[in-house]
Design a protein around this ligand. Structure first.
Ligand code: PGA
Length: 235
């Protein structure tokens, strides 16, 4: 299974290094077989050396090699560290930074052309969820517009906006129903994200079409994140 941590705007360069060292130790000692991914803030990206197989990726990048895009990083800044993984379309990018579907699909295309593994995020806001599953699927499908769903390095993260950082995860039934419908069109691994915590990790990972979790808040503590990986190992 895929167990991924999104640091968002948390942790420092030194803190990230320490976190990854502890994670690497845990992966070695536990002999975990999970695919573990970590997305630190861009200021903490580096050429990390692991004795286990931890994947480090960028949370966001502009779809250029380099250029005049103040405040952004491009391919050159990521590839300096030999990183080949990125998130695209996280709801905080879409909602807070007003990233359009056009920009998300441009980013997807650019990083696909450069051979990146892409964790592409989709998910509906509260008012759409209240309208029912048909509206949810319509909303998610619009977020998949222009995305090559056959790309072999694609991972989809279904993250309902109302469940992100709220402590209120989607119900097992809601996740199950949504992932089952997404599975009709997507062969790529499907993750769930949105207030995943130790207490609900097991149940979520046991959902039939769920291939893993993308965790924000609960993953910022290394011990908690390791507990989640250990739960996946038990299944
Ligand atoms: P959360 O964030 O676990 O804090 O809800 C998940 C995410 O945004 O990826």
């Amino acid at each position: 299974m895929i167990i991924a941590s999104n640091f968002k705007t948390n942790n420092t360069r030194a803190g990230t290094k320490e976190y990854l060292k502890k994670l690497d130790n845990f992966m070695n000692e536990s002999g975990s077989k999970q695919k573990v991914m970590v997305f630190p803030p861009s200021s903490a990206l580096d050429s990390f050396e692991f004795s286990s197989e931890i994947i480090v990726g960028a949370q966001n990048a502009y779809p250029v090699l380099n250029g005049s895009f103040t405040g952004e990083i491009g391919l050159e800044q990521i590839e300096e560290f030999n990183l080949k993984t990125t998130l695209v379309g996280h709801s905080e990018r879409r909602h807070i930074f007003k990233e359009s579907q056009e920009l998300c699909s441009k980013k997807f295309d650019f990083f696909k052309q450069n051979g990146f593994e892409i964790v592409y995020c989709i998910g509906e806001p509260q008012e759409v969820r209240q309208e029912g599953i048909k509206s949810v699927m319509k909303y998610c499908e619009a977020q998949l517009e222009g995305i090559d769903l056959t790309y072999e390095k694609l991972i989809i993260a279904y993250e309902p906006v109302w469940a992100i950082g709220t402590g209120l995860s989607a119900s097992i039934e809601q996740i199950d129903e949504t992932l089952t419908k997404l599975r009709e069109k997507i062969k790529a691994p499907l993750l769930y994200g949105g207030s995943v915590k130790v207490a609900n990790t097991r149940e979520i990972l046991q959902i039939r079409e769920c291939d893993g979790v993308l965790v924000g808040t609960a993953s910022w503590d290394i011990d908690t994140f390791c507990q989640m990986i250990a739960i996946a190992d038990e299944l």
